[in-house]
Design a protein around this ligand. Structure first.
Ligand SMILES: [Zn+2]
Length: 334
């Protein structure tokens, strides 16, 4: 494929000194365009939202460049970008050969042949996008979303979206359509880029999880139990004991569980951010409804033994991108 750099004059943003859109221009049917990102190379190594070993091996280098470009708290985000771009493979793991910041190698796909230069260039560009998007913290989802889509579309997107209320999936789709037709291309960038990267990004919790019961006995911990892997902690307590939200969030499920929550009896699920959720199973009574916001420590249900249960307890789970993790890593449980 042949590539060339185009100046997107109408999209120029003063915040970014390099409001240049590196574009793929070819006769190929499925042309893809990006600033720091080339053709959508979605490498989903394991399908469960975690990063591959090849990406994790870049952690020290990515952290070093995040320090250099003054985004020390965004190393995990940069790694998530790498996971989406290349899965950590090849000599241009950040896929930023076409990035305007690449001044050393050819501005063509895989033009960069030095992985360290790729990481340096990609992180520098990500840092510019984070600043232009006025991103407040690693858990500022609107800011991160705007920065990520800017990373994919080119810096011009950020100012354009800011004039329209910020990042939204609709804005990303519209920008992609406008840019594609302006250039006469069949497509422009990856309008789903934010979702694609966020699969790999663990949004830090603001604050910590608390144990959902005030007094309890742990009747079953995390791990193998007979032939079954128990993916939570069982807090045994008498029927009617208060169950509290482990952290603030929004209730996404509160009823007698059916797939994918079959067996949990009366169950509450709370979404805390784009990454974390918690689940409270086998309740006797539910005191919240789906869609409701809850505060940390708020009583959400009462202990019971509904569903697949042999005694009064609260089966508690913490999930990352929907997958159970050991709650003991997050809780101070006696
Ligand atoms: Zn359990």
């Amino acid at each position: 494929m042949r590539k060339k750099i185009l100046i997107a004059a109408g999209l120029a943003v003063p915040v970014l000194a390099f409001a240049v859109v590196a574009a793929v221009s070819s006769t190929a049917a499925n042309t893809s365009v990006a600033a720091c990102t080339t053709a959508a190379v979605a490498v989903n190594s394991n399908g469960n939202g975690s990063m591959s070993e090849t990406v994790l091996a870049y952690q020290p280098m990515v952290s070093q460049y995040c320090q250099k470009f003054k985004i020390p708290d965004y190393a995990d985000l940069a790694l998530a970008v790498m996971q989406q771009e290349s899965g950590g493979t090849g000599n241009d793991p950040m896929q930023c050969s076409e990035c305007p910041l690449n001044t050393k190698y050819p501005n063509s796909i895989n033009g960069i042949t030095d992985p360290a230069y790729s990481v340096e260039t990609g992180v520098a560009y990500l840092a510019n996008c984070i600043k232009a998007a006025d991103c407040k913290s690693p858990s500022d989802i609107p800011g991160i979303s705007l920065a990520l889509q800017g990373y994919n579309f080119g810096g011009g997107f950020i100012g354009w979206a800011q004039e329209r209320g910020g990042y939204s999936a609709e804005n990303a789709s519209l920008f992609s359509q406008i840019s594609a037709s302006a250039h006469g291309w069949p497509s422009y960038g990856d309008p789903m880029y934010v979702n694609h990267v966020m699969r790999y990004y663990i949004v830090p919790m603001e604050g910590q999880f608390m144990v959902p019961l005030k007094s309890y006995t742990i009747s079953r911990g995390w791990g193998m139990d007979g032939a079954e892997f128990h993916k939570g902690i069982d807090f045994a307590a008498s029927a009617g004991t208060n169950i509290c939200a482990a952290a603030a969030g929004t209730v996404t499920y509160a009823r007698f569980g059916s797939a994918p929550y079959g067996g949990y009896g009366n169950v509450v699920v709370i979404k805390h951010n784009e990454t974390y959720s918690t689940l409270y199973g086998h309740c006797s009574v539910l005191l919240v409804t789906a869609g409701q916001s809850v505060q940390q420590g708020q009583v959400i249900a009462l202990v019971g033994s509904t569903g697949k249960s042999t005694g009064n307890h609260c089966h508690f789970e913490i999930r990352v991108h929907g997958n159970q993790v050991n709650p003991a890593q997050y809780l101070k449980v006696a």
